[in-house]
Write a protein that binds this ligand. Structure first.
Ligand code: HAM
Length: 422
């Protein structure tokens, strides 16, 4: 019979990798808590309409990549492709934005039916933060500072920050007309995808990876010359904030985002030389989204970072985390030995020690091999003489192998003495 496989693009994260994942997740969490962001957990499934109305019908995500199905009641549901729409929906539904400002964060799986490749999966994980109720750009700068701090704490040196402003809706309307006029004048140099986008979502052509299209874009008009004075000032203020915090950036006037809800400031952290999927984190302002899905007008800004790409990068940059080993491995003999090992394990864990108890078959020699492999500092042995006399032997597994046979009641004290002498 064939063994059942996981779904393409959806990966198991195996025990040998979860120490690293836990390290990244706890770093993100402690940084976000230091800025007083509070966690929000939203369902993995939402009504399809939420994403269609927020991310935009013409985007790749909504038009091609969503896992959408009818449930047993005939309602159209979608596995969340990102977290921002759900945060906004939950905030409106639970009155979180009513006369209040909110700093929220989340971490969890997202789903997009993209073509899997290095750094691109169908189930992937994001951690993200969203701030509601501040017009910015000071809070935008704080969000960028959060991401910069996360990279620092994870020891990452390669992410580079790019920023841009997409202006207001009016800015984009005027800019789009100009851009389409320019691109139509060189339509013979565009690829099929870009020609199609001229009709559906022209700004996304700026994102094209096709070298021929990129050549055409060199002389394309820049959105920055269409900004109104307010957006211009906001971008200048953000740059000032970043300069004073010592965060380096590059203005990328071609930075547009793949989701329609953005306005004004947008940003991306990119890493050169990691292939096509170079963005490890992206975000920006989306002041029109909350009203667009039925809430009161609420200024908002946020980001999300891809955990798979971050984990890969830590490994590429030579980083790692020490595995969490047990403090003690209990070696025992026979059913009486096992019974005492179970009880002793509980007592030692009550004292906050990490304890691995051996179960199943295996002689003492074999168990010592396992104890060595486990990385434990000490072995506690309950066999032979220990069993007949109600004693245990506590033995250092390294550093000379000092060992002491003591009464059962002395085990914790002896373990602590030997651990302290390491
Ligand atoms: P996004 O650019 O679609 O933005 O995704 C953010 C990050 O998620 C990307 O930079 C990348 O690191 C990671 N990511 C996206 N798709 C995949 C994939 N298929 N496989 C692996 N990693 C992936 C958003 O999702 C917005 N919600 C960000 C945001 C929050 N804007 C405002 N607030």
């Amino acid at each position: 019979m064939n063994a059942i496989q996981a779904i393409r693009g959806m990966n198991d994260i195996l025990p040998e990798d979860t120490d690293m994942w836990l390290h990244v997740e706890s770093t993100c969490r402690s940084v976000l808590e230091a800025y007083r962001y509070r966690q929000i957990r939203t369902p993995l499934l939402e009504s399809t309409e939420l994403f269609a109305r927020s991310i935009g019908e013409e985007t790749d995500i909504v038009s091609k990549e969503m896992y959408t199905f009818l449930d047993r009641n005939g309602d159209s549901l979608t596995l969340r492709p990102e977290g921002t729409a759900s945060c906004a929906r939950a905030g409106i539904q639970n009155g979180l934005f009513y006369n209040q400002q909110q700093r929220l964060w989340y971490l969890g799986p997202m789903f997009r039916h993209e073509r899997p490749q290095k750094g691109r999966f169908r189930q992937f994980h994001q951690f993200g933060a969203e701030a509601y109720g501040w017009p910015g750009p000071d809070i935008d700068a704080e969000l960028i500072a959060i991401t910069a701090r996360v990279w620092r704490e994870l020891g990452l040196t390669r992410p580079r920050l790019e920023i841009n402003s997409l202006g207001t809706r009016e800015t984009r309307r005027r800019y789009q007309a100009e851009l389409v006029g320019y691109l139509e004048s060189c339509i013979d140099k565009l690829d099929d995808d870009s020609v199609r986008r001229l009709k559906t979502n022209p700004l996304r052509i700026l994102d094209s990876k096709n070298p021929g299209v990129q050549d055409v874009l060199v002389d394309a008009p820049s959105i920055l010359s269409f900004l109104d004075p307010e957006c211009d000032d906001e971008l200048a203020l953000l740059k000032g904030n970043l300069d004073s915090m010592g965060i380096e950036y590059r203005i990328n006037q071609r930075l547009v985002r793949g989701l329609d809800y953005y306005s004004k400031i947008v940003f991306e952290w990119v890493v050169d030389g990691i292939g096509a999927q170079s963005a490890i984190c992206a975000g920006g302002r989306y002041d029109d989204l909350v009203a667009g899905i039925g809430g009161r007008p609420t200024p908002a800004v946020g980001f999300a970072a891809g955990l798979e790409r971050i984990v890969d990068l830590i490994i590429e940059e030579g980083g790692g985390v020490a595995a969490t080993n047990p403090d003690i491995f209990i070696v025992s003999e026979g059913s009486e030995g096992r019974a005492r090992a179970l009880v002793l394990g509980e007592e030692l864990r009550d004292a906050s020690l990490r304890v691995q108890v051996h179960f199943g078959e295996g002689g003492i020699k074999n168990q010592f091999k396992k104890a060595d492999k486990s990385g434990a500092e000490l072995a506690v042995v309950i066999a032979g003489q220990e069993l007949s006399e109600g004693k245990v032997t506590v033995k250092k597994l390294r550093n000379g192998g000092e060992q002491r046979m003591v009464d059962n009641g002395e085990t914790l004290k002896t373990v602590q003495e030997l651990l302290n002498s390491l």
